[in-house]
Design a protein around this ligand. Structure first.
Ligand SMILES: Cc1ncc(COP(=O)(O)O)c(C=O)c1O
Length: 419
């Protein structure tokens, strides 16, 4: 895992939990906050042979995909790149194309993924000005404001922020960051990790003046891992013309050259992922992006009600930061949360997210993102209740499920064709 060789932040423990393999009947209940369930339609669409990506069919398909993918970022002016990589590669693509070594970046350390991105920035030789918060709190925008106010010489070249910190279930307010940049008329680039937010939370690239937004295929898009989707604003593309960072595989110029030629691919894309992306987008558009966001909000609220009914605490310190894609649940100090995850896996065929690094052993995470419905979530909540009882927590079986059911029954929208 990242964070060992060469890290300036030192070695960090990633997980305390050792899972052993075993056979279990039925479907695994996958409730880690990514990778998430892949819908049947997408699995079927990907079940195909390889194709020649230089045939007329793949460029034609790519052209439409590139237009359609802009909708998930809510951008008209952005230029998307579909890169064979993961979220970590998408980070690197965003940084190395827009910045030069030594450039000053302001970034926020609020959990494991913001930490890993900062670690990457440092290893790429950027000069990172870190604003740290408690794990469970959001980005400290007051400190950002004072840094922007003091930076009259515009030494800050970029603000980098993780929209949704997957380790703690914290969603940052991107509109507020844009407001501060505008207030101080600061020209810094605005780079956003939307790995566990885009396609699930409200995200408005153009309206919020985001310069680079990025996500990974295995999160809310509900695809297999392996595609990093990066979208650059005209200002980011302009910056890429003068950026001096070394990059080869991630160089946007190669993509742009092939875009111009109409062949689109500087190197071999995964044909199966392209067909999967086509279907994933079709499903999202059929449901309606706003309805998808609303569904995530409903499932998240139901999860939080269950946590409350169990008498447990949300790791997220304030309501304004509650994440609608992942809930990190704090366990009492006499329980090791890794044991909850291990039991879920071993006894109930339920995959929950571990607590990472600083919150290892203290929280477990319920991912509620991607192609997911209410009854699937209720299955997960029922599983969590049984596990809590197993590990000696005095939970009333059915309490969380009942709270979630009561809320969901009143809020699930009626689908006209099914009434
Ligand atoms: C917010 C966030 N950013 C970045 C990453 C890294 O993505 P990947 O594991 O696909 O490299 C993750 C992974 O979970 C994440 O949650």
């Amino acid at each position: 895992m990242a964070g060992s060789g060469g890290s300036k932040l030192g070695a960090f423990q990633y997980t305390k939990c050792k899972m052993d393999d075993y056979y279990a009947p039925g479907r695994n209940h996958l409730f880690v906050p990514g990778p998430v369930n892949i819908p049947e339609q997408v699995l079927r669409a990907m079940n195909r042979n390889n194709e020649d990506y230089r045939s007329p069919a793949i460029p034609a398909m790519t052209k439409v995909l590139l237009e359609d993918v802009k909708k998930i970022f809510k951008t008209i002016t952005g230029t998307p790149f579909l890169i064979p990589t993961t979220g970590t590669g998408a980070w690197e693509s965003a940084l190395t194309n827009t910045l030069s070594p030594g450039d000053r970046i302001v970034s926020f350390l609020i959990g494991q993924f913001s930490l890993l991105w900062i670690d990457q920035m440092q290893r790429l030789n950027f000069n990172v000005d870190v604003i740290e918060s408690d794990w469970g709190a959001g980005a400290n925008l007051e400190v950002l404001g004072s840094k922007l106010a003091a930076d009259t010489g515009h030494t800050i070249k970029a603000i980098c922020i993780v929209h949704n910190e997957t380790a703690t279930g914290v969603t940052n307010n991107l509109a507020a960051v844009r407001k501060l940049l505008d207030h101080y008329q600061h020209p810094a680039l605005f780079l956003v990790d939307g790995v566990s937010s885009i396609c699930a939370l409200d995200f408005r690239m153009d309206e919020w003046g985001v310069d680079v937004a990025l996500t990974g295929s295995q999160k809310a898009l509900s695809l297999p891992t392996g595609m990093g989707i990066v979208c650059a604003s005209p200002k980011a593309l302009e910056a890429s013309k003068t950026s001096k960072s070394v990059k080869v595989f991630f160089d946007w110029k190669d993509y742009l050259k092939f875009y111009k030629m109409g062949t689109f691919w500087p190197y071999t894309p995964s044909i199966q992922l392209l067909y999967g992306l086509r279907t994933a987008l079709d499903l999202l558009f059929e449901e309606g992006l706003d309805n998808v966001i609303e569904r995530h909000s409903r499932l998240a609220k139901a999860t939080r009600l269950a946590v409350e009914a169990w008498g447990l605490k949300n790791c997220t310190q304030k309501e304004e930061w509650f994440s609608d894609t992942v809930t990190a649940v704090v366990v009492p100090s006499y329980i090791d949360s890794s044991e909850i995850v291990r039991r879920g896996w071993k006894r109930y065929n339920l995959s929950l997210g571990l607590g990472l690094n600083k919150v290892a052993g203290k929280v477990f995470r319920i991912g509620h993102l991607g192609n997911l419905n209410e009854l699937q979530l209720l299955g997960c909540l029922a599983g969590v209740e049984m596990i809590l009882k197993d590990v000696g927590y005095p939970v009333k079986l059915g309490s969380g499920v009942a709270a979630a059911c009561a809320f969901l029954q009143n809020t699930i929208p009626m689908i006209p064709s099914r009434i």
